[in-house]
Structure formats: structure tokens, C-alpha cells
Design a binder for this molecule. Structure first.
Ligand SMILES: *[C@@H]1O[C@H](CO)[C@@H](O)[C@H](O)[C@H]1NC(C)=O
Ligand SMILES: *[C@@H]1O[C@H](CO)[C@@H](O)[C@H](O)[C@H]1NC(C)=O
Ligand SMILES: *[C@@H]1O[C@H](CO)[C@@H](O)[C@H](O)[C@H]1NC(C)=O
Ligand SMILES: *[C@@H]1O[C@H](CO)[C@@H](O)[C@H](O)[C@H]1NC(C)=O
Length: 179
């Protein structure tokens, strides 16, 4: 009898040891497709707390119905119909709406108007730079940008051209985050 109790206790302790105390947080894909219903190609500001985040100068537009040929807004669409982009080609940033730390795993991106714009991406916590990466973007080729940046409270994007160009807009779709 004691032996059976002992075996059961032993098995139980193995099972318990394999169960994590805290369930891992799940990835979520922010696809920007459920914010507005319009064919607007003008760009609409992403509302505060969408996806649990705060969006500074991040706009969204309908890329599928975009009516200017050869614009990267069409290339940028992964999940139809909407893509996010940096308003007016200016720097944009995303931070936690609640103040808690988050992870940015990845997103898809391309240039809207000019080839070879470069986007500097910086991940910060409490103002300290934890991560930095620069990507070059083209209009007709969308790239997968994989960061895996965890423990940040904000991420900054600043796009520039090597030589003068008139617009440094770039797209973001299917942003993979863990909040
Ligand atoms: C957009 O339209 C679809 C289909 O009519 C609807 O399910 C969805 O809730 C609408 N979204 C918004 C943000 O209005
Ligand atoms: C972009 O970069 C590629 C590779 O460096 C180069 O072949 C191409 O000419 C560049 N295009 C522009 C518009 O600068
Ligand atoms: C990001 O994480 C994924 C999943 O763990 C891994 O497959 C990938 O190699 C990582 N990429 C980078 C750039 O760290
Ligand atoms: C963006 O980059 C440009 C060129 O490197 C720089 O002059 C500017 O200060 C940067 N802006 C931000 C907000 O980081």
C-alpha cells in the first residue's frame, strides 16, 4: 500500500514539475483590418489602445483599393484590405497603452513611394535603447522583418533616403506582438 502511495506521489510530482506556473503569453497578429470600413486611401489615425497599444503618427489606409498605380501601399498588404504606415513619411512610434512591457516579434514592410529608403527601428525601455536595427525597403518587394524584441515599452521608426527623395512613407502589416 505504502509503495503504491509512493509511486502515485512520485508520478504526481513529475506531472506538476512539468506544468508551468504561469501560462506563456500568446502571440497576436495585429492586421489593421478591423479599424475602419472605407475605401479611403487618405490615411486614418489608428485609435488609442487598438491591439492594446498606443500609436503615434501611425495611420491606416485601404491598400487593396489604392488608386495610384505603382504605389507600395498595394505591395504592403498581407491581410486585406488595410495597411499601416508612417503619417506624412515622418517618424512614428508605438508604445504600450497600459505601460506594461511587450514584445515585437515581426511585421511585413515595404516602401510606399521610393526605392531604397532606409528605416531605423529602435526598441526602448524606460528611455534606454535596448535594440536597434536598420532595414532597406523597396516599393515592389515586401520583406519580413523579424525582430524578436522583448521587454520593451516603445518602438520607434524613422525612415530616410540616402539622397534627397520626396517621400519616405513605408508600410507595416501583420504586426506580430506579445502583450
Ligand atoms: C466592417 O464591415 C464588416 C462587414 O460588414 C463588419 O463585420 C465589421 O464589424 C465592420 N468593422 C468596422 C470597424 O466597422
Ligand atoms: C536601390 O538599391 C539597389 C541595390 O543596392 C540598386 O541596384 C538600385 O539602383 C537602387 N535604386 C534606387 C532608386 O536608388
Ligand atoms: C525569432 O524567433 C523565432 C522563433 O523563436 C526564431 O525562429 C527566429 O530565428 C528568431 N529570429 C531572430 C532574428 O531572432
Ligand atoms: C531621423 O533620422 C534623421 C536622419 O538621420 C535625423 O536627423 C532625425 O533626428 C531622426 N528623427 C528621429 C525622431 O529620430
Amino acid at each position: 500500500m505504502l509503495i503504491i502511495v509512493g509511486i502515485i506521489t512520485f508520478l504526481f510530482s513529475i506531472i506538476c514539475a512539468k506544468l508551468p506556473l504561469v501560462l506563456p503569453k500568446q502571440n497576436s497578429i495585429i492586421n489593421f483590418d478591423d479599424i475602419i470600413n472605407s475605401t479611403s486611401t487618405e490615411g486614418v489615425a489608428i485609435p488609442f489602445n487598438y491591439g492594446g497599444l498606443s500609436w503615434q503618427n501611425v495611420l491606416v489606409l485601404n491598400g487593396v483599393d489604392y488608386d495610384i498605380p505603382n504605389a507600395g501601399f498595394i505591395t504592403g498588404v498581407v491581410s486585406p484590405k488595410y495597411v499601416a504606415f508612417n503619417g506624412y513619411g515622418n517618424p512614428m512610434s508605438i508604445s504600450s497603452a497600459s505601460g506594461s512591457l511587450f514584445t515585437i516579434n515581426s511585421f511585413y514592410s515595404c516602401a510606399a513611394w521610393n526605392d531604397n529608403i532606409s528605416v531605423e527601428i529602435v526598441g526602448k525601455r524606460s528611455g534606454d535603447v535596448l535594440y536597434r536595427k536598420t532595414v532597406a525597403l523597396l516599393i515592389h518587394t515586401r520583406i519580413f522583418v523579424e525582430l524578436n524584441w522583448s521587454g520593451i515599452d516603445s518602438i520607434y521608426f524613422n525612415s530616410t533616403c540616402k539622397n534627397y527623395c520626396d517621400a519616405t512613407h513605408f508600410t507595416i502589416d501583420n504586426l506580430n506582438v506579445i502583450l
